[in-house]
Design a protein around this ligand. Structure first.
Ligand code: ATP
Ligand code: MG
Ligand code: MG
Length: 557
């Protein structure tokens, strides 16, 4: 005998899950293809794909494409690629638009059963009749006059809507539920609206498009979704979801709500992200400052780090969940710490000339490491037991911040009259006077090297003879405010220093091993990733661009 639920036969649903390989769970991730996926979607993906995976289930990627004016194929393709990059396995890819004929047929059935009617009210009147005056105060709800039209009239009018007889906004199809229902979403919600806009999949076939309230529940049911997860703002609409599936006499999926994930010092809604792109506040959807999956990827975040963040954030039902950017940074640091090779790079170079270099070579305590005009230093990769070699030559670049012409109190690195250790190499001393020059706009320090000293600090360096120039892009938060969304004019409070570009140098090892999206830890500077703007010729770097993913310590407030 057939199992039923709310009077509906479940055997068909069970059969489908059986055909799919005896699944006990089927979830869906339903993005609208109107923008690129962001870190909030990473949470939704994490929940939908992981829940299914852990419960003998699978996950459908469903494009919820009912607003043709904002959607396009570029977004569809980018979303597919991002889901894949995040490491999720897509069971099937579907589109709400594929169900347009089936939804239309159900709408006609609803009209025939007296459950829907064509209305001519404007948005403003609809709101007023639902019980909200233009000034926002409440009033008595009223039945719209069209509510009492005959089934024949409604059938004819709906056909006219479909045939393009009316202009946008002139008619809607509404569900005839209850204009005085305590839950305002039940006050005759809109099921179809008119839109004269070419759809990226159905072209000009349709000029009426189903609403979320009418389509989402039915398609969850058509697709035999067992657990339909959505963000909390839809909780109030659950009653409509249940109503529509019940009246359509189709299987009712279980619904679960979770809260939206937000990040500090950025915006998350696709509308605002789009505005950042179109107003050229950022260089595109994949700008490394963007909270999009593409942006985070280009910044050097890994799928493991983003999924770890979602796991750490967890699922709660409190209204909002604002994750501090520092938690995201910690997740990526942990992941890259285990995998990124260590190397030297200098972001803001000053030049060091070791004047007695020949003497240093001759007196090296381990003469086996001297090769020609260089000292061969063994640099541990740390990720594995492997090492590589770095040549220390007479001319080096060191970090500008490791030198002070007039040292502040407690500054222990290089200053006139002071000394500092070069990692893997000698200690260098800077004379009190006459050793600091400027050449071609760059500071040059003429130093003396000694072996056997015990400096209090060691600094990193790159050989001027071997190092490869690199454009180094350093990032800060997009916004200074913790929650820029909360106030008007959010787009005017951008952090002017969210991108700082430096002309630096990386060690030969980096240039030789670089590939787009390859990660490194530049010692004392942070984790970096090779940007796609890098130019490679025959597998060799000819112009290197690196992005700082994250510093070694928390940089956010
Ligand atoms: P946006 O305001 O960014 O356009 P949306 O909810 O309209 O968000 P969709 O593309 O429809 O975006 O979202 C696809 C899925 O991802 C939905 O299930 C949605 O609830 C979920 N989602 C979107 N943003 C977030 C977020 N910030 N946190 C968690 N889940 C989210
Ligand atoms: Mg949506
Ligand atoms: Mg949206």
């Amino acid at each position: 005998s057939d199992k039923t639920w709310c009077g509906r036969v479940l055997s068909e649903h069970d059969k489908v899950l059986k055909d799919y390989g005896n699944l006990t769970c089927l979830t869906r991730f339903p993005p609208e293809p109107n923008g690129y996926l962001h870190i909030g979607h990473a949470k939704s993906m994490f929940l939908n794909f992981n829940y299914a995976k852990q419960h003998n289930g699978k996950t459908i990627l469903r494009f919820d494409d009912t607003n043709p004016e904002k959607e396009n194929v570029e977004f569809v393709e980018s979303i597919k690629a991002d889901v894949h990059w995040m490491g999720h396995e897509i069971f099937k890819t579907t589109f709400t638009s594929s169900y347009f004929p089936r939804l239309y047929a159900i709408a006609v059935e609803f009209i025939k059963a007296g459950l829907a009617y064509v209305d001519d009210q404007t948005d403003a009147d609809m709101k007023l009749y639902r019980g909200t005056k233009p000034d926002g105060t409440q009033c008595e709800p009223r039945d719209p006059p069209c509510r009492f039209n005959s089934i024949e009239t409604n059938l004819r009018e709906f056909q006219r809507m479909k045939d393009g007889f009316y202009r946008e906004g002139e008619r809607t199809l509404r569900l005839k539920i209850d204009m005085r229902h305590a839950n305002p979403t039940m006050r005759d919600p809109v099921a179809y609206r008119i839109k004269f806009c070419e759809h990226h999949r159905t072209g000009t076939e349709w000029c009426i498009y189903p609403s979320y309230d009418f389509s989402h529940c039915l398609i969850d049911s058509f697709e035999d979704i067992t657990h339909s997860m959505c963000t909390l703002e839809f909780q109030i609409r659950q009653i409509v979801y249940n109503y529509v599936t019940e009246r359509a006499k189709v299987y009712l999926p279980m619904q679960w709500e979770f809260n939206r994930l937000n990040l500090t010092q950025t915006v998350m809604s696709k509308r605002k992200l789009l505005q950042l792109v179109t107003d050229k506040h950022v260089r595109g959807w994949d700008d490394p400052r963007m909270p999009t999956i593409r942006g985070l990827r280009r910044r050097g975040f890994t799928p493991a780090a983003l999924n770890a963040l979602c796991a750490a954030a967890g699922v709660t039902r409190s209204d909002s969940q604002t994750i501090r950017a520092s938690l995201l940074e910690r997740c990526v640091r942990e992941d890259l710490d285990a995998s990124a090779p260590r190397a030297f790079a200098v972001v803001s170079p000053v030049k060091v000339v070791i004047e007695n270099f020949a003497e240093l070579l001759a007196t090296h305590p381990d003469s086996a490491t001297v090769e020609g005009d260089a000292i061969i230093c063994t640099h541990p990769l740390k990720v594995t037991a492997d090492t590589y070699t770095e040549r220390l030559t007479s001319e080096l670049f060191i970090e500008e911040s490791d030198f002070m012409a007039t040292p502040t109190k407690g500054f222990l690195r290089l200053f006139p009259g002071g000394s500092v250790g070069l990692r893997f190499g000698p200690t260098i001393q800077l004379a009190k006077e006459g050793a600091v020059f400027t050449e071609g706009g760059m500071t040059v320090l003429r130093v003396t090297g000694v072996w056997g000293a015990t400096p209090s600090k060691f600094i990193h360096w790159v050989s001027a003879a071997d190092a490869v120039p690199a454009e180094v892009r350093l990032y800060g938060p997009l916004f200074e405010d913790e929650k820029p969304d909360l106030s008007d004019g959010w787009e005017k409070r951008l952090n002017p220093d969210s991108l700082v570009v430096k002309r630096g140098y990386v060690s030969r090892f980096v240039a030789e091993t670089a590939r787009i999206e390859g990660h490194y830890q530049f010692e004392r500077l942070g984790f970096f990733v090779v940007d796609k703007d890098t130019v490679m010729t025959k597998g060799k770097v000819t112009s290197l661009v690196v992005n700082r993913t994250v510093g070694l310590r928390d940089s956010f407030k």
